[in-house]
Design a protein around this ligand. Structure first.
Ligand code: NBP
Length: 511
């Protein structure tokens, strides 16, 4: 607090906003808060006073003008409201909040959108606001409610001037990582924040760069989750393992190269007994339809727009779409027959193979995500630092994992690395694991188990390493029906040819 004014303000007291406020207050910042529905603000202040050691640093306001006046200038105001705008012309709660704020602000004040906004909307807002003399930061906030409370990964995009003002607070509240091991410190309790270690935030770039990187993070999260689900399904279907048995396997995997938040929570989920019936494991009672909020779709759409083969990320989105067709699948299961699952001997070996398939596919998924970001920076005129991006993914966020330390090192060694699979460490790992990976995908196919993520990652690996693809025939087909021309293997690139393809002899059909 300076001159009786709060250090920062926050609008939007749903789950993310409340937790981020408490995180900032824990770190000694005084935070003014406002919510469209005043009763929610009042409930939150009451909750803070009754439960939170840092309650005195959270100041509620029912009127927007009082809220704005209570913040030290240049003001920093975080928005954590519902974001739905996708097209540059869409207007959502973020835009409405900005419209209401602007008449009350001074030039130079900074609005920070911490929601999951689409990067196109962020580019538009940053332009509109800077033209009017205000600053705007679009910041990805990852880690869900626990991350927001105890240390998220923060991905801010905006002008360097605005970032300089926000940096001390963002660096203080972000997750912290042990620089040697790359592991996040997680023994954080309310009122006792972690201050040691490397902070999981960095200035990502201008305008929409932060929200773009957050979106790709979410796309990687989709495929990371899908890969784990496929490993689970293979152990369940091919080996008949129970959830409890699989929990032990995932627990073991979490001590090795797959060590990550998502493997850790899978270990927890699988050992949970059903509290309702007190019989069996809860996961077996959870309906097999998955929801989604859109960031995986945006990542895939952007990959299609930019021509980047992020096929596994897209498969993870489609896998959720397919899961949602529950009634259709149940009906089809009675009509469409597949092979009978054969009994498989050598359980230990197959579990090891599934581990390797998961690990290799995960490397491919990250390769796709980073390749997409590399293309986006060209399209939008950003200069992304992939070593720094991998570094801030190591803690706080949902995809935090031990192997992000290796990705950090890969990009630190070679900032212009064309594809993660070409880094010497990852290349070696892919070579080491690929036999098992192929074995698992083959077994899945032969036994009729759907593994879109494992299979598409392998197709990406095989396609990327193929000197020759059958696109020669494809381009010939395009030339045949559309005179789209083709390049030749024996002339320099950039020369285009067309022929009137003669018809082949066809057997005469009898009338
Ligand atoms: P929600 O996305 O559910 O948004 C609820 C908040 O938006 C409430 O404070 C609500 O006020 C406010 N709001 C709405 Br709705 N319309 C408004 C308007 N026209 N003007 C002002 N305020 C308005 O909250 P959330 O789950 O905490 O998420 C906040 C943001 O963070 C979202 O962009 C979300 O995508 C992102 N995010 C969420 C998570 C997560 O785990 N939940 C993780 C990472 C990022 P009210 O109380 O008056 O209705």
């Amino acid at each position: 607090m300076s001159n009786g004014k709060s250090d920062i303000g926050l609008i939007g007291l749903a789950v993310m906003g409340q937790n981020l406020v408490l995180n900032m207050a824990d770190h000694g910042y005084t935070v003014s808060v406002f919510n469209r529905t005043t009763s929610k603000m009042e409930d939150f202040i009451k909750h803070c006073q009754e439960n939170e050691p840092s309650a005195e640093r959270v100041v509620g306001h029912a009127e927007l003008k009082d809220f704005v006046d209570s913040i030290a200038t240049p003001r920093k105001i975080v928005l954590l409201v519902k974001s739905t705008a996708v097209l540059p012309t869409d207007r959502d709660a973020v835009d409405k909040s900005i419209e209401q704020l602007l008449p009350l602000l001074d030039k130079g004040d900074i609005i920070i959108d911490g929601g999951n906004s689409n990067w196109n909307a962020t580019i538009r807002r940053e332009k509109e606001l800077t033209e009017q003399g205000y600053e705007f930061i679009g910041s990805g906030v990852s880690g869900g409610e626990l991350g927001a409370r105890f240390g998220p990964s923060l991905m801010p995009g905006g002008s360097p001037k605005a970032w300089k003002s926000l940096k001390p607070i963002w660096e203080a509240i972000a997750a912290k990582v042990d620089p040697k091991s790359g592991k996040a410190y997680e023994d954080y309790a309310a009122g006792k924040p972690i201050t040691k270690g490397e902070t999981c935030t960095t200035h990502i770039g201008p305008d929409g760069a932060g929200h773009y990187v957050k979106m790709v993070h979410n796309g990687i999260e989709y495929i990371d989750m899908q890969l784990i689900c496929e490993a689970y399904n293979l152990m369940k279907t091919l080996l008949g393992m129970s959830a409890g048995e699989m929990s032990k396997v995932f627990g073991k995997w979490n001590k090795g190269v797959l060590d990550s938040y998502l493997i850790e929570i899978t270990t927890d989920i699988l050992q949970q007994k059903d509290p309702a019936t007190k019989r069996g494991f809860l996961v077996d009672k959870v309906l097999d339809t998955a929801g989604q909020k859109g960031t995986g779709k945006w990542t895939s759409t952007s990959a299609l727009d930019l021509g980047i083969p992020a096929n596994s990320i897209a498969e993870a989105v489609f896998a959720r779409c397919l899961s949602a067709l529950k009634d259709e699948r149940v009906a089809a299961s009675k009509k469409l027959k597949g092979p009978k699952v054969k009994e498989i001997k050598g359980k230990k070996k197959l579990v090891e193979a599934i581990h390797d398939a998961l690990y290799s596919s995960k490397i491919c998924a990250y390769a796709q995500g980073f390749q997409l970001m590399a293309e986006a920076q060209k399209e939008y005129g950003w200069k992304l630092n992939f070593g720094e991006i991998a570094k801030i993914f190591r803690g706080g966020c949902i995809i935090r994992a031990r192997f992000l330390q290796k990705i950090t090192e890969a990009y630190q060694k070679n900032p212009d690395l064309q594809n993660l699979m070409l880094d010497p460490f990852f290349k070696k790992e892919l070579h080491r694991c690929q036999e098992n990976w192929r074995k698992v995908v083959s077994l899945a196919v032969l036994n009729g188990v759907s593994t879109p993520a494992f299979s598409s990652a392998l197709a990406y690996f095989d396609g990327y390493r193929a000197k020759v693809l059958p696109a020669n025939l494809l381009q010939a087909q395009r030339d045949y029906f559309g005179a789209h021309t083709y390049e030749r293997t024996d002339t320099p690139r950039g020369q285009f040819f067309h022929v009137d393809w003669p018809k082949a002899d066809r057997p005469q059909l009898k009338a």
